[in-house]
Design a binder for this molecule. Structure first.
Ligand code: F6P
Length: 326
Protein backbone atom coordinates (compact mmCIF):
# COMPACT_ATOMS: atom_id res chain seq x y z
CA UNK A 1 0.00 0.00 0.00
CA UNK A 2 1.39 3.38 -1.01
CA UNK A 3 1.77 5.91 1.79
CA UNK A 4 0.93 8.73 -0.64
CA UNK A 5 -1.90 9.09 -3.14
CA UNK A 6 -1.43 12.50 -4.72
CA UNK A 7 2.01 13.96 -5.19
CA UNK A 8 3.44 17.11 -6.74
CA UNK A 9 6.76 18.04 -8.31
CA UNK A 10 8.53 21.39 -8.52
CA UNK A 11 11.87 22.80 -9.66
CA UNK A 12 13.47 25.60 -7.68
CA UNK A 13 16.65 27.73 -7.58
CA UNK A 14 18.96 27.96 -10.61
CA UNK A 15 17.76 25.78 -13.48
CA UNK A 16 19.97 22.86 -14.46
CA UNK A 17 20.02 20.72 -17.63
CA UNK A 18 18.32 17.42 -16.80
CA UNK A 19 15.63 18.92 -14.58
CA UNK A 20 13.10 18.15 -17.31
CA UNK A 21 14.25 14.54 -17.48
CA UNK A 22 13.73 14.32 -13.71
CA UNK A 23 10.25 15.88 -13.94
CA UNK A 24 9.36 13.42 -16.72
CA UNK A 25 10.52 10.48 -14.60
CA UNK A 26 8.53 11.65 -11.56
CA UNK A 27 5.39 12.10 -13.67
CA UNK A 28 5.70 8.82 -15.56
CA UNK A 29 6.55 6.76 -12.45
CA UNK A 30 3.57 8.31 -10.64
CA UNK A 31 1.20 7.52 -13.49
CA UNK A 32 2.57 3.97 -13.63
CA UNK A 33 1.84 3.52 -9.91
CA UNK A 34 -1.67 5.04 -10.20
CA UNK A 35 -0.82 8.14 -8.20
CA UNK A 36 -2.24 11.52 -9.14
CA UNK A 37 0.65 13.81 -10.08
CA UNK A 38 0.66 17.61 -10.09
CA UNK A 39 3.15 20.15 -11.41
CA UNK A 40 3.85 23.22 -9.25
CA UNK A 41 4.98 26.18 -11.38
CA UNK A 42 7.84 28.58 -10.50
CA UNK A 43 9.13 26.64 -7.52
CA UNK A 44 7.91 27.48 -4.03
CA UNK A 45 6.33 30.70 -5.34
CA UNK A 46 3.86 28.53 -7.24
CA UNK A 47 3.07 26.60 -4.07
CA UNK A 48 2.34 29.85 -2.23
CA UNK A 49 0.28 31.24 -5.13
CA UNK A 50 -1.53 27.99 -5.92
CA UNK A 51 -0.06 27.55 -9.42
CA UNK A 52 -0.66 23.82 -9.36
CA UNK A 53 -1.82 21.70 -12.31
CA UNK A 54 -2.59 18.01 -12.72
CA UNK A 55 -0.18 16.35 -15.14
CA UNK A 56 -0.62 13.31 -17.34
CA UNK A 57 2.03 11.14 -18.98
CA UNK A 58 1.63 13.04 -22.27
CA UNK A 59 2.37 16.41 -20.60
CA UNK A 60 6.01 15.39 -20.23
CA UNK A 61 6.43 13.99 -23.74
CA UNK A 62 9.30 15.44 -25.78
CA UNK A 63 11.11 17.09 -22.84
CA UNK A 64 13.84 14.59 -21.87
CA UNK A 65 16.23 16.30 -24.31
CA UNK A 66 15.42 19.90 -23.31
CA UNK A 67 17.48 22.12 -21.01
CA UNK A 68 15.86 24.49 -18.52
CA UNK A 69 12.67 23.41 -16.78
CA UNK A 70 9.15 23.25 -18.19
CA UNK A 71 7.87 23.87 -14.65
CA UNK A 72 9.85 27.14 -14.53
CA UNK A 73 11.84 28.07 -11.46
CA UNK A 74 12.32 30.82 -8.91
CA UNK A 75 14.10 31.68 -5.68
CA UNK A 76 11.06 32.36 -3.49
CA UNK A 77 11.01 35.10 -0.87
CA UNK A 78 7.39 34.37 0.12
CA UNK A 79 8.20 30.78 1.12
CA UNK A 80 10.78 32.07 3.63
CA UNK A 81 7.93 33.52 5.69
CA UNK A 82 5.63 31.47 7.98
CA UNK A 83 2.65 33.16 6.33
CA UNK A 84 3.81 32.12 2.86
CA UNK A 85 4.35 28.53 3.94
CA UNK A 86 0.87 28.42 5.52
CA UNK A 87 -0.63 29.51 2.19
CA UNK A 88 1.47 26.88 0.43
CA UNK A 89 0.17 24.18 2.78
CA UNK A 90 -3.43 25.28 2.24
CA UNK A 91 -2.94 25.12 -1.54
CA UNK A 92 -1.53 21.59 -1.31
CA UNK A 93 -4.40 20.51 0.93
CA UNK A 94 -6.96 22.06 -1.45
CA UNK A 95 -5.66 19.54 -4.01
CA UNK A 96 -5.32 16.71 -1.45
CA UNK A 97 -1.59 16.53 -2.15
CA UNK A 98 0.27 14.51 0.48
CA UNK A 99 3.78 14.31 -0.99
CA UNK A 100 6.12 16.61 -2.94
CA UNK A 101 9.31 16.00 -4.92
CA UNK A 102 11.49 19.12 -4.91
CA UNK A 103 14.30 19.42 -7.45
CA UNK A 104 17.02 21.99 -6.76
CA UNK A 105 20.05 22.89 -4.69
CA UNK A 106 20.77 23.85 -1.11
CA UNK A 107 18.20 26.66 -0.95
CA UNK A 108 15.52 24.28 -2.21
CA UNK A 109 16.44 21.72 0.44
CA UNK A 110 16.38 24.39 3.16
CA UNK A 111 12.79 25.28 2.23
CA UNK A 112 11.78 21.62 2.14
CA UNK A 113 13.41 20.96 5.52
CA UNK A 114 11.49 23.77 7.25
CA UNK A 115 8.20 22.97 5.51
CA UNK A 116 8.26 19.20 6.12
CA UNK A 117 8.88 19.84 9.84
CA UNK A 118 6.02 22.36 10.07
CA UNK A 119 3.40 20.46 8.09
CA UNK A 120 2.43 16.88 7.51
CA UNK A 121 3.50 16.71 3.87
CA UNK A 122 6.03 14.08 2.80
CA UNK A 123 8.96 15.66 0.96
CA UNK A 124 11.82 14.14 -1.00
CA UNK A 125 14.55 16.23 -2.64
CA UNK A 126 16.50 15.62 -5.84
CA UNK A 127 19.84 17.39 -6.35
CA UNK A 128 19.36 19.66 -9.36
CA UNK A 129 22.19 22.16 -9.73
CA UNK A 130 25.11 22.57 -12.11
CA UNK A 131 27.39 23.23 -9.10
CA UNK A 132 27.65 19.59 -7.91
CA UNK A 133 27.97 20.96 -4.37
CA UNK A 134 25.28 18.87 -2.65
CA UNK A 135 26.27 16.58 0.20
CA UNK A 136 24.90 13.04 -0.10
CA UNK A 137 25.35 12.39 -3.82
CA UNK A 138 28.34 11.84 -6.07
CA UNK A 139 26.81 13.94 -8.84
CA UNK A 140 24.01 16.46 -9.16
CA UNK A 141 21.67 16.76 -12.12
CA UNK A 142 23.14 19.29 -14.57
CA UNK A 143 26.79 19.12 -13.56
CA UNK A 144 27.90 16.84 -16.38
CA UNK A 145 26.19 18.99 -19.02
CA UNK A 146 27.64 22.19 -17.54
CA UNK A 147 31.23 20.93 -17.58
CA UNK A 148 30.84 19.59 -21.11
CA UNK A 149 29.55 23.00 -22.22
CA UNK A 150 32.40 24.77 -20.44
CA UNK A 151 35.01 22.42 -21.90
CA UNK A 152 33.64 22.93 -25.40
CA UNK A 153 34.00 26.69 -24.90
CA UNK A 154 37.54 26.38 -23.52
CA UNK A 155 38.55 24.16 -26.47
CA UNK A 156 37.55 27.02 -28.78
CA UNK A 157 39.39 29.58 -26.68
CA UNK A 158 42.46 27.33 -26.80
CA UNK A 159 42.60 27.68 -30.61
CA UNK A 160 42.77 31.44 -30.50
CA UNK A 161 45.03 31.50 -27.41
CA UNK A 162 47.49 29.23 -29.21
CA UNK A 163 47.35 31.26 -32.44
CA UNK A 164 48.16 34.54 -30.66
CA UNK A 165 50.40 33.25 -27.84
CA UNK A 166 47.95 34.68 -25.33
CA UNK A 167 47.10 33.90 -21.74
CA UNK A 168 43.35 33.47 -21.30
CA UNK A 169 41.59 33.68 -17.96
CA UNK A 170 38.32 31.79 -18.33
CA UNK A 171 35.74 32.25 -15.58
CA UNK A 172 33.24 29.48 -14.91
CA UNK A 173 30.32 29.36 -12.47
CA UNK A 174 30.56 28.28 -8.84
CA UNK A 175 30.09 30.95 -6.17
CA UNK A 176 30.92 28.63 -3.29
CA UNK A 177 32.15 25.51 -4.98
CA UNK A 178 34.99 24.67 -7.35
CA UNK A 179 33.64 21.48 -8.90
CA UNK A 180 32.85 23.11 -12.25
CA UNK A 181 36.23 24.85 -12.36
CA UNK A 182 38.21 21.77 -11.34
CA UNK A 183 36.55 19.42 -13.82
CA UNK A 184 36.59 22.00 -16.62
CA UNK A 185 40.27 22.66 -15.90
CA UNK A 186 41.22 18.99 -15.94
CA UNK A 187 39.07 18.20 -18.99
CA UNK A 188 40.41 21.11 -21.01
CA UNK A 189 44.05 20.65 -20.01
CA UNK A 190 44.28 24.06 -18.35
CA UNK A 191 47.59 25.43 -17.08
CA UNK A 192 46.15 26.54 -13.75
CA UNK A 193 42.86 26.30 -11.88
CA UNK A 194 41.58 28.73 -9.22
CA UNK A 195 38.91 27.51 -6.80
CA UNK A 196 37.01 28.85 -3.78
CA UNK A 197 38.42 25.90 -1.80
CA UNK A 198 42.13 26.59 -2.46
CA UNK A 199 44.37 29.55 -1.86
CA UNK A 200 46.60 29.76 -4.94
CA UNK A 201 48.25 33.18 -5.13
CA UNK A 202 48.93 35.39 -8.13
CA UNK A 203 52.64 35.07 -7.29
CA UNK A 204 52.42 31.28 -7.66
CA UNK A 205 50.54 31.66 -10.94
CA UNK A 206 53.19 34.04 -12.31
CA UNK A 207 55.93 31.56 -11.42
CA UNK A 208 54.00 28.81 -13.23
CA UNK A 209 53.45 31.01 -16.30
CA UNK A 210 57.13 31.98 -16.44
CA UNK A 211 58.13 28.32 -16.24
CA UNK A 212 55.73 27.43 -19.06
CA UNK A 213 57.21 30.11 -21.29
CA UNK A 214 60.71 28.85 -20.48
CA UNK A 215 59.54 25.44 -21.69
CA UNK A 216 58.36 27.03 -24.94
CA UNK A 217 54.68 26.85 -24.03
CA UNK A 218 53.76 30.29 -25.29
CA UNK A 219 50.03 30.34 -24.53
CA UNK A 220 48.15 29.37 -21.41
CA UNK A 221 44.65 28.74 -20.13
CA UNK A 222 43.73 29.64 -16.57
CA UNK A 223 40.33 28.47 -15.30
CA UNK A 224 38.84 30.53 -12.48
CA UNK A 225 35.72 29.72 -10.42
CA UNK A 226 33.59 32.86 -10.00
CA UNK A 227 33.87 32.49 -6.21
CA UNK A 228 37.65 32.07 -6.17
CA UNK A 229 39.15 33.17 -2.83
CA UNK A 230 41.73 35.54 -4.31
CA UNK A 231 39.51 37.25 -6.87
CA UNK A 232 37.55 36.51 -10.04
CA UNK A 233 39.05 36.13 -13.52
CA UNK A 234 39.08 39.88 -14.24
CA UNK A 235 40.83 40.68 -10.95
CA UNK A 236 43.44 37.95 -11.39
CA UNK A 237 44.10 38.98 -14.99
CA UNK A 238 44.69 42.61 -13.92
CA UNK A 239 47.06 41.56 -11.16
CA UNK A 240 49.10 39.31 -13.49
CA UNK A 241 49.26 42.10 -16.11
CA UNK A 242 50.53 44.51 -13.46
CA UNK A 243 53.32 42.10 -12.52
CA UNK A 244 54.13 41.01 -16.09
CA UNK A 245 53.06 43.76 -18.54
CA UNK A 246 54.68 41.87 -21.46
CA UNK A 247 51.97 39.17 -21.35
CA UNK A 248 49.09 39.40 -23.84
CA UNK A 249 46.14 38.65 -21.55
CA UNK A 250 42.42 38.17 -22.29
CA UNK A 251 39.45 37.34 -20.08
CA UNK A 252 36.37 35.28 -21.02
CA UNK A 253 33.43 34.81 -18.67
CA UNK A 254 31.35 31.83 -19.79
CA UNK A 255 28.46 32.77 -17.48
CA UNK A 256 24.93 31.47 -17.98
CA UNK A 257 25.85 29.62 -21.19
CA UNK A 258 26.84 26.86 -18.76
CA UNK A 259 23.31 26.55 -17.43
CA UNK A 260 21.50 25.96 -20.72
CA UNK A 261 21.44 23.41 -23.49
CA UNK A 262 20.43 19.81 -24.01
CA UNK A 263 21.39 17.56 -21.09
CA UNK A 264 24.12 15.00 -21.71
CA UNK A 265 23.34 11.27 -21.67
CA UNK A 266 24.84 11.09 -18.15
CA UNK A 267 22.47 13.78 -16.86
CA UNK A 268 19.42 12.26 -18.56
CA UNK A 269 20.11 8.85 -17.04
CA UNK A 270 20.94 10.28 -13.61
CA UNK A 271 17.79 12.42 -13.59
CA UNK A 272 15.59 9.53 -14.77
CA UNK A 273 16.94 7.20 -12.07
CA UNK A 274 16.50 9.82 -9.38
CA UNK A 275 12.98 10.86 -10.45
CA UNK A 276 11.79 7.26 -10.62
CA UNK A 277 13.30 6.42 -7.20
CA UNK A 278 11.84 9.57 -5.63
CA UNK A 279 8.30 8.37 -6.39
CA UNK A 280 9.03 4.89 -5.04
CA UNK A 281 10.53 6.37 -1.88
CA UNK A 282 7.46 8.56 -1.23
CA UNK A 283 5.27 5.49 -1.70
CA UNK A 284 7.35 3.64 0.92
CA UNK A 285 6.88 6.51 3.35
CA UNK A 286 10.20 8.37 3.12
CA UNK A 287 10.04 12.07 4.03
CA UNK A 288 12.35 14.95 4.94
CA UNK A 289 15.17 13.42 2.92
CA UNK A 290 17.41 14.24 -0.01
CA UNK A 291 17.90 11.44 -2.51
CA UNK A 292 21.38 10.87 -3.89
CA UNK A 293 23.43 8.27 -5.73
CA UNK A 294 26.74 7.26 -4.19
CA UNK A 295 28.82 4.47 -5.75
CA UNK A 296 25.86 3.72 -8.01
CA UNK A 297 23.47 3.13 -5.07
CA UNK A 298 20.42 5.23 -4.20
CA UNK A 299 20.83 6.70 -0.72
CA UNK A 300 18.85 9.11 1.46
CA UNK A 301 20.23 11.90 3.62
CA UNK A 302 18.05 13.93 6.02
CA UNK A 303 17.59 17.45 4.62
CA UNK A 304 19.25 19.11 7.62
CA UNK A 305 22.35 16.95 7.13
CA UNK A 306 22.49 17.54 3.36
CA UNK A 307 22.22 21.30 3.98
CA UNK A 308 24.74 21.53 6.81
CA UNK A 309 27.46 19.23 5.53
CA UNK A 310 29.81 20.24 2.76
CA UNK A 311 30.81 17.85 0.03
CA UNK A 312 34.58 18.22 0.06
CA UNK A 313 36.40 18.77 -3.19
CA UNK A 314 38.76 15.93 -4.12
CA UNK A 315 42.24 17.12 -3.07
CA UNK A 316 43.89 14.33 -5.07
CA UNK A 317 42.26 15.63 -8.23
CA UNK A 318 43.59 19.13 -7.50
CA UNK A 319 47.10 17.73 -7.05
CA UNK A 320 46.77 15.63 -10.22
CA UNK A 321 45.68 18.69 -12.20
CA UNK A 322 48.82 20.55 -11.01
CA UNK A 323 51.09 17.66 -12.01
CA UNK A 324 49.53 17.30 -15.45
CA UNK A 325 49.63 21.05 -16.09
CA UNK A 326 53.42 21.25 -16.02
O1 F6P B 1 23.76 27.53 -8.30
C1 F6P B 1 23.82 27.54 -9.69
C2 F6P B 1 24.46 28.82 -10.17
O2 F6P B 1 24.49 28.74 -11.58
C3 F6P B 1 25.83 29.16 -9.60
O3 F6P B 1 26.89 28.46 -10.19
C4 F6P B 1 25.88 30.64 -9.86
O4 F6P B 1 26.75 31.26 -8.97
C5 F6P B 1 24.47 31.06 -9.61
O5 F6P B 1 23.65 29.93 -9.84
C6 F6P B 1 24.00 32.19 -10.48
O6 F6P B 1 22.70 32.52 -10.13
P1 F6P B 1 21.77 33.53 -10.96
O7 F6P B 1 21.34 32.82 -12.21
O8 F6P B 1 20.63 33.82 -10.07
O9 F6P B 1 22.62 34.71 -11.27
Amino acid sequence: MSKVKRIAVLTSGGDAPGMNAAVRAVVRASVYHDLHIYGIYRGYDGMVEGKIKRLEAGDVANIIQRGGTILKTARSEAFRTAEGRKKAYENLKANDIDGVVVIGGNGTYTGADVFSKEYNIAMVGLPGTIDNDIYGTDYTIGFDTAINTAIEAVDKIRDTADSHNRIFFVEVMGRHSGYIALHTGIGSGAGAIFLPETNTTVQELCEHLALSIKRQKLFNLVIVAEGNQNGDATTLAKEVKALSPEYDIKVTIIGHLQRGGAPTAMDRVLASRMGHSAVQSLMRGESGVALGIINDKIIFTPFHEAINKTKPINKQLIRMAEILAM
